[in-house]
Design a protein around this ligand. Structure first.
Ligand code: BDR
Ligand code: CA
Length: 312
C-alpha cells in the first residue's frame, strides 16, 4: 500500500499531540512536515510541544514555526484553560530530537507542495487556518498540486467557543474562508464528528496497557485531557478532535461524510466564525467541500492504539 503523504499544521495541545502520535505510528501515512500555528498556546510553546511529540512519534521531519496571529492582524486568545500553561500540562515530555526548521511554516508548505509530485500531498490543518491561507497567498498554484485538505475545524450544528463557532475557525475566520473557497477538495472534520471521539475509561485502560514510551505519553495525554475537560465543567470524556482528521486520511471508511457547499460567516454578531453548510445543495455535482458526520468509534480507537503500539 502506498503511504499517503501529509503535512500536519498544528498547535499542540492535547488532541494535536494524539494526532501526531497516530500519524507517526500509522503505516498508512508518511508525515513530510509538521508546521505550527499559535492557537492552543503561544507559537513558542506549541512549537516546542510539536518538537517533543514529533520526536516521540519517531518522525523524520523538522518543525516549522508559523503564524502568531490572524491574517486580519492582531493577536488571538490562546486556550490555556483547556490545554494548560505549557499547552501540554500533565504530560512528561521526552527529549527533543526533531530540529527546528530554518524555513517558516508557509515556506515549508509551499516548498513541499511545489516539489512533490502533483496530487500527492494532503494538508492536514488541525489548528487555526492562518498558515494555509498565507501559503495560498504566497503560491496560488498549490491549489492544483495538493491532493486534498482534511481539516479539523468548524461545526454545522453546535460550536464550542460560541453557539455556532468552533475554536480553529473562530480564531481566524478570514483565513478559514480562504481555505474553504480555494477550489481544492476540503473535508471538514468538525465538531459534529469529533464529539463522537470521547475518551472513555476503556480507551485509557487500552493506552495504559501499551508497554512502550509512546503508550505512556498517550495515556498521560488522555488523562490530562479528560481532567481539564471536567475542570472546565464538562461531563463525560474529552474528544480527541484533531486525531479524527488524521484518522480520516489513514482510513476514510472510519468516517461518513456529506458533500455540501461550506462557507464561513465573517460578520454575524452571534455567528462570526460559523461554518455554514448549505444542505439544500448536499450531493451537488462539482462541489469540492464535504463535512464529516459519523465516526466508527470502535475502529477509530483501535486504529489509534495499534498505531501507538508501533512506536518506541
Ligand atoms: C480544536 O480547538 C483546539 O483547542 C483543539 O486542538 C482542536 O484543534 C477543537 O475545537
Ligand atoms: Ca488543534
Amino acid at each position: 500500500m502506498e503511504k499517503r503523504k501529509i503535512i500536519i499544521d498544528c498547535d499542540p495541545g492535547y488532541d494535536d499531540s494524539v494526532a501526531i502520535l497516530l500519524a507517526g505510528g500509522s503505516p498508512a501515512v508518511e508525515v513530510l512536515a509538521v508546521t505550527t500555528v499559535a492557537g492552543n498556546q503561544t507559537i513558542e510553546k506549541v512549537t516546542n510541544n510539536a518538537r517533543h511529540v514529533s520526536s516521540m512519534a519517531g518522525l523524520s521531519v523538522s518543525v516549522s514555526m508559523g503564524a502568531t496571529g490572524p491574517i486580519s492582524g492582531g493577536q488571538w486568545e490562546t486556550a490555556g484553560h483547556v490545554h494548560g500553561e505549557s499547552g501540554l500540562d500533565g504530560v512528561e515530555l521526552s527529549p527533543i530530537e526533531v530540529p527546528l526548521d530554518t524555513m517558516t511554516a508557509v515556506e515549508r508548505i509551499v516548498d513541499i507542495v511545489m516539489t512533490e509530485p502533483e496530487g500527492t500531498v494532503t494538508l492536514v490543518p488541525i489548528g487555526p487556518l492562518t498558515n494555509i491561507a498565507r501559503a495560498l497567498e504566497a503560491e496560488p498554484r498549490i491549489v492544483e498540486r495538493v491532493r486534498e485538505v482534511v481539516l479539523m475545524g468548524g461545526a454545522v450544528h453546535t460550536g464550542n467557543v460560541g453557539p455556532y463557532s468552533e475554536f480553529n475557525v473562530f480564531t481566524d475566520p478570514e483565513a478559514a474562508r480562504v481555505v474553504f473557497k480555494a477550489g481544492w477538495k476540503v473535508t471538514m472534520v468538525g465538531l459534529d464528528l469529533t464529539y463522537q471521539s470521547e475518551i472513555t475509561p476503556d480507551v485509557i485502560a487500552d493506552a495504559v496497557r501499551l508497554d512502550n514510551r509512546a503508550g505512556k505519553v498517550l495515556s498521560q495525554i488522555l488523562m490530562a485531557s479528560n481532567n481539564s475537560f471536567h475542570r472546565n465543567g464538562h461531563k463525560g470524556g474529552s474528544p480527541v478532535h484533531d486525531a479524527c482528521a488524521v484518522a480520516y486520511v489513514i482510513d476514510p471508511t472510519l468516517i461518513e461524510t456529506v458533500t455540501v457547499p461550506v462557507d464561513v460567516e465573517l460578520k454575524g454578531e452571534l455567528t462570526r466564525g460559523m461554518t455554514v453548510a448549505d444542505f439544500r445543495r448536499a450531493g451537488e455535482e462539482g462541489c469540492v467541500t464535504s463535512v464529516a458526520m459519523k465516526l466508527d468509534q470502535k475502529r477509530f480507537w483501535r486504529t489509534l492504539i495499534e498505531a501507538v503500539r508501533n512506536l518506541d
